[in-house]
Design a protein around this ligand. Sequence first.
Ligand code: SF4
Length: 340
Amino acid sequence: MSRIFSGIQPSGSLHIGNYLGAVKNWAELQHKYESFFCIVDYHAITVPYEPADLRARTADMALGLLAAGLDPSKCTLFVQSMVPEHTELAWIFNTLTPLGELERQTQFKEKASREESVPAGILNYPVLQAADILLYRAELVPVGEDQLQHLELSREIARKWNARFDPPPSHEGVGAENAGHRRSFFPEPKGLLTPARRIMGLDGQAKMSKSLGNTVELLEDPKSIWEKLRPAVTNPKRVRRTDPGTPEVCNIYHLHKAFSPPTTVEHVATQCRTAGWGCIDCKKVLHESMEKELAPIRARAAEIAANPAKMRKDLANGAEHARSIASGTMSEVKKKMGLT
Ligand code: SF4
């Protein structure tokens, strides 16, 4: 069974953009792959933060992930700072990574152009990401297209480390019987592209994001969801109830595609194109579909929240399993590098 690794920032509660864009997919992948899912709190401290707030956000994220379907008996769910080997391997990779490559990363360039003083942690962020993945020698990483550049850097770091510290024995040259069959110590991780689910915010302007205030929370109550859906942006061509619309350009239609069954999605498209119903009717149907999926998640979250000791135990068990793999990787890495 191939091994996968993916991380998520401890941003607090999950919103439906996180859920549809990543976590729902993880809940399916855990049945097909040996899965490691990590709440990456070391990545979160590259920006100013309050310690008590970070702790609370980490706990909220763990609760959201478990409620959304991650099952500790099927996957390894843990918090990054509970496995110190992540930063240990990151330091080693820092010694192999050219500064120029880090400075070329799009996310760094964006942040550096906005801020007067950028912490070195932001520059080295992709090196820690490479360590996160390679520590478990994961072959696959579920990613969105915007993360492919960082994954390419992880692949390069793996190649570089393998070439320097795990070169093939000289008898494996051209013509050797087993040439090409030897597995390098670090696999070059490949992206497992998540089915394109770039969920727009309810303003229809930008990707759903907490900082833009355009989210629907995964655990939000139905009344509050409706209060957000009712005024949400739709196809601007539908000024009057009798104006036919183009569903493909409407965010509500895309949410139907994520939450409603195919027959309903077809019905929505027809009703929209023929002005068979108004946008409020359309949103009411969406609200019902969302409720079908989100109500069981809320119920699971309530159960988990009622037993915080069990959640702490699940995370501790996840970290213990992760460490058993991570420490094995580190002892091999140190041996090959002449470290004690
Ligand atoms: S009817 Fe539905 S899909 Fe069409 S514009 Fe209105 S909300 Fe969007």
